[in-house]
Design a protein around this ligand. Structure first.
Ligand code: MN
Ligand code: MN
Length: 467
């Protein structure tokens, strides 16, 4: 009987696919490495809440790891480390491989923009002696989640004199913060009868910025004047300077351990800094790779990869083609031989909302880095559907390296859907598949990930760069 049981157990292990909790696969040393890796990630989260700040931080880390700014057209030999700063909002880092680009590049692409509220071009107004900023939301949000939480203001203002001023208010100890007010439950009968989607409207997302008049004057709009005066004193800006600004409202939360066991991290903007950071750390760590390794930290994914800092533009391929040309290679041939991991998050299975997932094909927190063969909606629409051959290659790579990984679809069929940069990378005839960290409360102002999954994603990036 005992012999029969062990034969069945053996057969099950051999034949049945059953992803397990990462802690059964990772030894104590790896778990410790994961926890310490995540400390670095948590400071990155706090220092780089916007795409511009992420680029600044990435370049700072790259420079201290021997990377130099790319010079167009220059030839770089094996082992050389370079970065290309695209307008301060996207960055491409590369380590030239022993083979150069002759067999294509190994690319990991992640995005550094997150859902948020952008200030409108003419944002400041006063109503009933209360001053507010008008906003236009950026990316997919549930609007009601953005009321009654502490907010911070980040971005740049290009003044009339051409000077660019950086703005960051609400993050430092002692800084003021901002907030979007909500109606008290006692008076919210009408509001509460609405759907979640319509309870708070886009034009209701007005950020409270002041309530005291300028020098006790009783003139109309004196509260607004007072705010303008403060902004002029601090940034030398006038109201018209808002017209040439990119100012972003983000949650003022800091990243924190979640749970008694500290197994998870709560923070704003895991999507997609939780893949950007492992992709970045991987390219900083890789020494003398065989293939040229490329890490792309891109902007604008959350609104469809648009604009010249999003991956639906040619900035990454221009960079690779220029490197190829300097090696005497054909850029299009190099791209056609290249491979890419589109490093982006997936929706972690949430037992409280189980009906929106299909368990056999959902990703779970703590089951490792998730490979997403396709995304899209309504029958894989707008998806990059990775080939069986490339899936097979990535699978062998992860299994051979002993990396904890799982497969995941974004929710049950027709529950909704989404997309990533994968299809834009694939449009250049590059083999690409989505890979990243499962996230709970994705796109909420405060998202949750597992530390073990973050580390498994870093391990996967390193292994891929080395492949
Ligand atoms: Mn994403
Ligand atoms: Mn997203």
């Amino acid at each position: 009987m005992a012999e029969e049981n062990s034969r069945i157990k053996e057969l099950k292990e051999k034949l049945v696919y059953e992803p397990k909790h990462a802690s059964y696969k990772m030894d104590a040393e790896t778990v410790e490495a994961a926890d310490s890796f995540c400390e670095g990630y948590m400071s990155f989260l706090d220092e780089a809440k916007t795409e511009r700040e992420a680029v600044t931080k990435a370049i700072e880390l790259a420079r201290s790891n021997g990377f130099r700014e790319y010079v167009w057209g220059k030839y770089y030999g094996p082992g050389e480390k370079i970065y290309y700063n695209n307008r301060g909002k996207a960055v491409v880092l590369a380590v030239v491989g022993e083979m150069g680009l002759s067999d294509g590049a190994r690319i990991v692409a992640a995005h550094i923009d997150s859902p948020r509220l952008d200030l409108k071009p003419n944002p400041l107004y006063e109503k009933d002696e209360i001053a507010c900023f008008k906003t236009h939301y950026y990316g997919g949000i549930k609007k009601y989640q953005w009321t009654a939480i502490p907010l911070a203001l980040h971005g740049v203002v290009v003044r009339a004199d051409g000077e660019t001023v950086r703005v960051n208010v609400g993050e430092d100890e002692g800084d003021p913060k901002f907030v979007i007010t909500d109606l008290l439950p006692h008076l919210a009968g009408e509001q509460m009868a609405k759907t979640l989607a319509s309870g708070v409207a886009g034009e209701d997302l007005n950020v409270l910025v002041g309530s005291r008049p300028f020098e006790q004057t009783e003139d109309a709009e004196s509260v607004k004047l007072n705010i303008l005066h403060i902004l002029y004193e601090k940034y030398g800006m006038t109201e018209a300077d808002f017209l040439s600004a990119e100012l972003e409202i983000v949650p003022a939360f800091k990243a924190a351990d979640i749970g008694f066991d500290r197994s998870m991290i709560g923070a704003y903007g895991h999507d997609d800094r939780v893949c950007s950071y492992p992709a970045l750390m991987g390219v900083l760590d890789v020494e003398n790779p065989a293939h040229t390794t490329v890490c792309v930290l891109t902007d604008k994914e959350e609104i469809g990869s648009e604009g010249n800092t999003g991956l639906n533009s040619e900035y990454m391929t221009y960079f690779i083609k220029a490197l190829a040309k300097s090696e005497g290679l054909d850029g299009e041939e190099v791209l056609s031989k290249s491979e890419c991991l589109s490093a982006d998050v997936n929706a972690a299975y949430d037992p409280d909302y189980a009906s929106q997932y299909e368990r056999r094909n959902a990703s779970f927190i703590n089951k490792g880095v998730v490979i997403t063969k396709y995304t899209g909606s309504r029958g894989k629409g707008a998806s990059n559907d990775a080939s069986a051959e490339f899936m097979g290659k990535v699978r062998r790579m992860l299994d051979n390296a002993g990396i904890c990984w799982q497969i995941g679809e974004l929710g049950r069929v027709d529950a909704g859907g989404g997309g990533t940069v994968a299809k834009y990378v694939a449009s250049h005839n590059i083999d690409v598949v989505d890979m990243g960290v499962p996230v709970l409360s994705m796109h909420a102002p405060y998202e949750v990930v597992s530390k073990l999954d973050v580390y498994a994603t870093y391990q996967a990036c390193v292994e891929f760069y080395r492949s």
